[in-house]
Design a binder for this molecule. Structure first.
Ligand code: CAO
Length: 414
């Protein structure tokens, strides 16, 4: 049995933040019904298309295992059908601009009256406050949540990450809120309202930077590259590729870096494994020298430490570096390109990278579920075509007959 089998999610989400949440719920077995506007559906179906008239990879990779129902929830018939679906669902999710669902006539009070067991979960850009009316996309959330001001190099501008911490990061938070509320409902019988702001989710993922903001009040951040020669201002600075955990680390060039932009390795010069690292890079002399043989002594000279290590990594491929350093217990990891990840046999074997078939697009790659449950294995199935399950849902779940479906269609409600 799938962990969330029997849970019905009425999914009004679009773009990435909300769909990444409901995709997780769908992978775990919930019946996720994606409610889309007739005609267009989720805007991402049409965005960044690589094949004309075929749902984009943006859409197909964020909407696995769901069903699609087209419903105009602003028309009278559409509203009536939506209200009936609310009565028989466990969860309602949405990530519209603020107030959209209220404008359709579905306030939290009305929803509670229709179904007191319903869990109503929303993503918004900001929580209550001066910015709450703003529309927000990924990079805005990364900027407003502390990600951008703390990412990049000291002499460069604020930088956003390739990881979608604003969208998919918020989706993950919302999914946890939903399963927590489902657990709570088991004991109380009541649904509840869940709000997750993208700014809050990004800040939660940047909490070590708020840690550093407070440490800054007590002196320089000694593990940052600005120490000891640079200057610190009054806010957590950008740390480049320095390791944030108190263990010095750096991205280092490897053999072939001139042609391959990803021929790099990350090496952490952890104190407990430093002897082996120093020997292998040809600096056994450091181990006898009080100028180098303690973490404190090395702290002000980390650039020289990593220069010496890089002179060695430049003579090897990133994978050869890994093979040599791993037995010495030196933490290290290759910089992997998307091409390398797509071809990685281990990620394929664990279904973290999956191939999915699609009637219009054919076989394509996707990221599977990164959370592995021993009793609830995930089978990734393709995203639905727009409105593919409309009739099946209206007849199967709401008991509409053929004539009623035809009338809703003629009315433009579906
Ligand atoms: N039937 C009828 N109308 C529908 C509908 C349906 N099935 N589904 C959506 N609509 C309507 C909405 O009701 C809304 O109408 P009103 O503006 O009249 O109330 C309209 O479609 C558009 O919704 P929207 O304002 O959410 O969409 P947008 O493209 O203008 O903004 C976004 C998109 C993402 C900026 C905004 O939704 C937002 O800020 N969401 C919250 C934050 C978020 O999730 N951002 C992450 C997006 S991923 O990067």
């Amino acid at each position: 049995m799938k962990a969330l089998e029997g849970v019905r999610v009425l999914d009004m989400t679009h773009v990435q933040s909300g769909p990444s949440c409901t995709q997780l719920l769908a992978w775990f077995g919930a019946d996720v019904i994606k409610v889309e506007r007739p005609g267009n559906g989720d805007a991402t179906r049409h965005q960044l298309r690589d094949i004309p008239d075929v749902d984009s990879l943006y859409f197909t990779m964020l909407n696995h295992n769901k069903r699609s129902l087209t419903l105009d929830t602003k028309s009278e018939q559409g509203k009536a059908l939506f209200a009936r679906l609310l009565e028989i669902s466990d969860v309602l999710t949405e990530n519209f601009a603020p107030g959209a669902l209220d404008r359709m006539g579905f306030s939290w009070e009305r929803i509670q009256a229709l179904n007191p067991r319903l869990i109503y979960a929303s993503v918004k850009g900001f929580g209550p406050g001066p910015y709450e009316r703003f529309k927000v996309y990924e990079n805005i959330a990364q900027c407003a949540g502390g990600g951008a001001s703390t990412t990049g190099f000291d002499d460069g501008p604020p930088t956003v990450s390739g990881a979608q911490i604003g969208d998919s990061g918020t989706g993950l938070h919302l999914a946890l809120g939903i399963v927590t509320a489902l657990y709570h409902r088991e004991r109380t019988g009541r649904g509840q309202r869940i709000a997750c702001a993208m700014q809050d989710a990004v800040l939660n993922l940047c909490r070590v930077k708020l840690r550093d903001q407070q440490r800054l009040g007590h002196g320089p951040l000694t593990e940052y590259p600005q120490y000891p020669y640079g200057t610190f201002g009054d806010a957590t600075p950008r740390a480049g590729n320095a390791s944030g955990g108190g263990q010095p680390g750096s991205v280092l060039k490897c053999k072939g870096w001139e042609e391959d932009p990803d021929a790099y390795v990350y090496v952490i010069a952890q104190a407990s494994a430093f002897d082996g690292l120093a020997r292998v890079v040809g600096r056994a002399d450091w181990l006898e020298d009080p100028e180098w043989n303690t973490p404190g002594a090395r702290l002000a000279k980390l650039d020289q430490v990593f220069d010496a290590i890089e002179r060695w990594t430049l003579t090897r491929t990133k994978f050869e570096v890994m093979e040599t350093l791993t037995p010495l217990k030196v933490p290290c990891g290759p910089v992997l390109s998307m091409r390398e990840l797509a071809e990685d046999p281990a990620l394929r074997a664990t279904a973290t990278i999956v191939e999915v078939d699609h009637p219009a697009r054919g076989r394509h790659l996707s990221v599977g579920c990164p959370i592995k449950l021993s009793d609830s294995p995930v089978e990734v199935t393709r995203s639905p075509l727009l409105g593919e399950h409309t009739e099946e849902i209206l007849t199967g779940l709401l008991g509409l007959n053929e004539a009623a479906v035809a009338a809703a269609k003629a009315d433009g409600a579906i």
